[in-house]
Design a protein around this ligand. Structure first.
Ligand SMILES: Cc1cc2nc3c(=O)[nH]c(=O)nc-3n(C[C@H](O)[C@H](O)[C@H](O)COP(=O)(O)OP(=O)(O)OC[C@H]3O[C@@H](n4cnc5c(N)ncnc54)[C@H](O)[C@@H]3O)c2cc1C
Length: 503
């Protein structure tokens, strides 16, 4: 049985017309769709009309069938796939149905700059380690077929100059996502892809010839249309409708939960530190019921204090690796932070004792060890935690307090009490299991000619451009498979026509 359980928290609406965890209702809807299967038949442009015209009428109808692809979802994966398929098979009718605006996430991503990919992890197995869901499966051919370098080449070949920042994130040199959006949409249009916005796909049935009958609706007005298609690509991101579509065709859905979020911390005094950042901490996430912590639940890198908790790359990576367990534990956990990961605790103590001797006459608030690389606000906070008055002199600080400070700096325990929002990036863990599709083609193992790409799959990456890379790679592979199938099919069609002509 499908393991899908709708989350009440963040998934968008369940389409009332396909309440499709109830198979009887779905079947009835599919029956309603079937009579529309003969829509859109024209003679294929690559088969000479005279050849087809000479064929017996029954055959001719089959041969005259245009090959068509419906892409559900005009995000990164859907648009990239449509371009690839249409490039390989120019005769293929490609329509992308988008319920909102095309490439809306690309537009807002990276704070409006679009973090297209990551330039520091070019080798597939190293790259795959950045995907809490997918790290095993994506190690092989997936990124080898179309990795970050291919993505960067693609964009620069299509006029979008890119730059790689120090931390590996790749952005357009314009620092404006509009250049990425325009490039993709212009290329799709140039190739003749039909881009239809403001329409939503609510399901599809498969007719007796194995063709899809895709149900398209408009929300605003009473509009229902049915499109006949040889191939369907589901690239619906984290939309509920995409999961429903997948389940309708026999897929199970791993329950979607949020990933890439900040931590709400119980300590209200932390708010005083809002805006303080640390270039390098090591943080360990301690989850209930997990005795031996996975290595990924310890992360090192920059961290930021917000007015209600902790954020920054370290926290986001932990939120991704612990996404499912945190969800189960209602976002209650412990976070142990080492603020000076490069100095051993015994050395921290030694530095503090030395400092006490060398700065005996100085106030503790004004002079503190530079080796720790801490900012004054944080040092003041630390003194407060130890109930030390900032005006006291170093000479009067008891050694026991120095030991306690060293311990706190190396193993500060915070109570995580909830999930915050992270506006720059947010993804969904869960979706169609990778075991149910072929990663070399992105085709469903349940339904021939049905393909998936992007976030609809149970793949998500940490922050840094990895999520878009999954969308580009999946879209590219799906587009290649569909384009190749469509080309082979037209070749067969032409051969059949020529045979008929000869007979
Ligand atoms: C604010 C924000 C910033 C981000 N920044 C980055 C970043 O800088 N770098 C990075 O790597 N990742 C980033 N991400 C994650 C990244 O945007 C996603 O991983 C990526 O967009 C997934 O691409 P997709 O094509 O699979 O899905 P989406 O981009 O979500 O596209 C799916 C599309 O399908 C449409 N759709 C859904 N259901 C239907 C239907 N039934 N009929 C028709 N259309 C439908 C949706 O409207 C949507 O446009 C960010 C995410 C957010 C929310």
């Amino acid at each position: 049985p499908p393991c899908f359980q709708p989350s009440t928290e963040f998934i968008d609406e369940m389409p009332p017309q396909w309440p499709w965890l109830q198979p009887a209702a779905a079947a009835a809807a599919a029956r309603r769709a079937t009579p529309f299967v003969l829509r859109g038949r024209r003679c294929s442009s690559s088969v000479p009309a005279s050849v087809c015209a000479s064929a017996p009428s029954g055959h001719a109808r089959e041969q005259e069938d245009e090959q068509s692809l419906v892409v559900v979802g005009g995000g990164a994966a859907g648009v990239y796939a449509s371009i690839r398929a249409k490039t390989l098979a120019p005769h293929l009718n490609v329509v992308v149905i988008e319920k909102g605006k095309f490439l809306s996430k690309v537009k807002i991503s990276g704070g409006g700059r679009c973090n297209v990919t990551n330039g520091h992890h070019l080798e597939p197995s190293g790259l795959a380690r950045n995907y809490p869901r997918g790290y095993k499966e994506l190690r092989g051919s997936f990124f080898r077929t179309h990795g970050p370098q291919d993505t960067m080449h693609w964009f620069s070949d299509h006029g979008v100059e890119l730059k790689t920042e120090e931390d590996g994130r790749v952005f357009p040199v314009t620092d404006n996502s509009a250049s990425v959006v325009d490039c993709l949409l212009n290329e799709a249009r140039r190739l003749g892809v039909s881009l239809q916005a403001g329409k939503s796909v609510s399901g599809a049935s498969v007719d007796a010839n194995g063709k899809f009958v895709v149900k398209v609706e408009k929300r605003t007005i009473d509009f229902v249309d049915y499109i006949s298609a040889n191939y369907v690509l589901v690239a619906t991101g984290s939309s509920q409708q995409g999961y429903s579509f997948a389940a309708q065709h026999g897929h199970s859905i791993i329950p979607p939960v949020p990933s890439l979020f900040t931590f709400k911390i119980a300590d209200k005094r932390l708010a005083d530190l809002s805006g303080v950042s640390f270039t390098r901490v090591t943080a360990k996430l301690m989850l209930d019921g997990i005795q031996k912590s996975a290595p990924e639940l310890t992360q090192t890198g920059p961290m930021l204090v917000t007015h209600w908790g902790l954020s920054g790359p370290v926290v986001l990576r932990l939120s991704a690796w612990g996404a499912r367990e945190l969800y189960q534990d209602k976002y209650q956990a412990k976070l142990v932070v080492d603020f000076i990961p490069d100095i051993h605790i015994e050395d921290v103590k030694r530095i503090l004792f030395q400092h006490k001797d060398q700065h005996a006459k100085n106030k503790v608030n004004n002079a503190f060890p530079k080796e720790f690389g801490l900012v004054k606000r944080f040092w003041g906070f630390l003194l407060e935690q130890e109930s030390l008055d900032g005006d006291m002199h170093w000479a009067t600080v008891p050694k026991s307090h120095l030991n306690a400070m060293a311990l706190r700096l190396k193993q500060w325990m915070f109570e995580v009490v909830g999930k915050g929002q992270f506006k720059d990036e947010f993804v969904t863990a869960g979706g169609v299991p990778l075991s149910e599709i072929s990663l070399s083609t992105m085709e469903s193992k349940k339904q021939p000619n049905l393909f998936f790409a992007g976030e609809v799959l149970n793949v998500d990456g940490v922050t840094g451009g990895f999520n878009f890379q999954n969308a580009w790679t999946g879209g590219y592979i799906a587009g290649t498979s569909i384009g190749t199938l469509a080309s082979k099919s037209i070749l067969k069609e032409e051969q059949a026509c020529l045979q008929l002509q000869g007979s």
